[in-house]
Design a protein around this ligand. Structure first.
Ligand code: LHQ
Length: 472
């Protein structure tokens, strides 16, 4: 029997840790099996995941026999390479993960349960910090998760005394959402998972992501994240279905399908059209350091792309690391030119991180790419490049005229901004194509703003924040 069993029923994937003789203590093989199972759970057809243990335990953390055998060296590395990827994978899973705690959850096994999005406990479940009993601190996210779930005061007392929490007490602390009999647990976990799986999966995932983000974001930052997320969710089939079902007074049937992805490289615009006259007046000078950095970055991009090109030809897909680097260059270029061409006002950062600028690029991770498209990329890109070049000339004139308007009025005309973002989207798609970030050809079509797609009668506000995804 494998150390981790995976069972799929409908849209629910159940992962069972399977070393019952040691209460599913974590050894190298169990870590690897869990990693593989979590990878399987990424399948979009899986819309909820259950993690549970075989036998009478959930998971009791590090296998101390194995640990004693391996010596105490490189503990930090062991955590980084085996524990962290799995708890991070659970947090990153774009669907709810439910821990069905069938018995003792101790040490890193407790952290694993707490990293899940919901917990159901069997009557015989026990939550055992265990770390302090052997002179350690909680790891694998234990301190972060406990603080978040029960607060610092109660968390400190619990973790520093190692008190074993029975299922009923865990329920009263809010650590588990319900307690059922041992026999009932598997069926109840499946039932709860099916309920989650029937929900609009993308909205559930975004809720998980936003709650995590709230741990480190300011209130203003969180408002902005919520607004951006909402702007994306209103494009999903599940939003349309939810609204239609409400209006037609029937039950909604959510598919969990993402919004139809039009192009893997999309522009996201959150600009309020207000401009600060002084920085507009000095824009040509202020942008110079960025143009220099961009030029330097562009020089490095040449050898990087040649190497990636060779890799993509051999493997049929470009190297993830190199492609992510090129994607960041595309994003940085967009931030800089959005600033330069007055499509946005704040001074851009120098790193090209996603989500850091009002005119941003959303880029899907690169997948396999057709070899013939890779081989001929430099030739294929030429028509798009010529069109981009023409657009570039027109945008320069638009920005020149808009500059006077912005200096006088302290805001930028919406039409000018929208034309410039059309150009920036086409530019991002063209450079992403050339730099092997995607093998989808740049698209000419420009989607109207989200608000006019989903609510045709809503009045367009000239000053409000808008999100303008662009697509074929
Ligand atoms: C075990 C274990 C176990 C091996 C029960 N290993 N066999 C990361 C990286 C680097 C360094 C160290 O730490 C970490 C993270 C961590 O997770 S540290 C925390 C490690 N975990 C623990 O310290 C928990 C130790 N276990 C217990 O305290 C008890 O087993 C609890 C309270 C969880 C359950 O108690 P009982 O229900 O009474 O079960 P039991 O103690 O009788 O255990 C049943 C069997 O499982 C027994 O084997 P045996 O052959 O005697 O039947 C245990 O030896 C074995 N087992 N935990 N972590």
């Amino acid at each position: 029997m494998a150390d981790v069993e995976v069972d799929r029923r409908g849209a629910v994937l159940t992962i069972t840790l399977n070393r019952p003789e040691v209460l599913n203590a974590l050894n190298a093989s169990l870590h690897a099996g869990l990693a593989a199972a979590l990878e399987q759970a990424r399948d979009p057809a899986v819309r909820a995941v259950v993690i549970t243990g075989a036998g009478r335990g959930f998971c009791v953390g590090q296998d101390l026999q194995e640990f004693r055998g391996s010596g105490a060296r490189d503990v930090a590395d062991r955590l980084r390479t085996t524990y962290h990827p799995n708890v991070l994978a659970i947090r990153a899973l774009e669907k709810p993960v439910i821990a069905a705690i069938n018995g003792p959850a101790a040490g890193a096994g407790l952290s694993l349960a707490l990293a899940c999005d919901a917990r159901i406990a069997a009557e015989s479940a026990k939550l055992v910090p265990a770390f302090v009993d052997i002179g350690l601190v909680p790891d694998s996210g234990g301190t972060w998760l406990v603080r978040r779930l029960v607060g610092a005061a109660r968390g400190f007392e619990w973790l520093s005394t190692g008190r074993r929490l029975e299922a009923g007490e865990a329920l009263s602390w809010g650590l588990v959402s319900e307690v059922v009999s041992d026999e009932e647990l598997p069926a109840r976990a499946q039932e709860v998972a099916e309920l989650f799986a029937a929900m609009p999966t993308r909205a559930v995932w975004e809720t998980k992501r936003l709650l995590d983000a709230a741990e480190t974001t300011t209130f203003e930052g969180q408002l902005e994240l919520e607004a951006r997320t909402q702007a994306q969710l209103v494009r999903t089939p599940d939003f349309r279905e939810g609204v239609a079902a409400f209006l037609e007074k029937r039950d909604a049937h959510f598919s969990g399908r993402p919004e139809p992805r039009t192009h893997p490289v999309q522009l996201v615009v959150n600009d309020d059209l207000k401009r600060w006259r002084l920085t507009v007046a000095l824009r040509m000078v202020l942008v110079l350091p960025h143009l220099l950095v961009l030029a330097g970055w562009g020089v490095v991009a040449l050898p990087v792309t040649v190497v990636n090109w060779a890799i993509a030809l051999v493997r049929g897909r470009p190297a993830d690391g190199l492609t992510a680097w090129s994607a960041r260059l595309v994003r940085y270029q967009t931030h800089v030119y959005a600033y330069y061409d007055l499509a946005a006002d704040p001074y851009p950062g120098f790193r090209g991180w996603a989500g850091t600028y009002p005119v941003d690029v959303d880029i899907e991770p690169a997948g396999p790419q057709a070899r013939w498209k890779t081989l001929l990329r430099v030739v294929l890109v030429l028509p798009a490049y010529v069109f981009w070049y023409v657009l570039n000339q027109v945008v320069s004139i638009v920005a020149f005229l808009g500059w006077f308007y912005a200096v006088v009025m302290g805001r930028y005309p919406r039409g000018f901004r929208d034309f410039t973002t059309y150009y920036l989207r086409f530019q991002a798609q063209t450079w992403a194509y050339l730099l092997l970030v995607t093998d989808r050809y740049p698209s000419l079509a420009h989607n109207p703003p989200v608000s006019s797609q989903v609510a045709p009668s809503a009045p367009a506000s000239d000053s409000g924040t808008s999100t303008t995804p662009t697509s074929e």
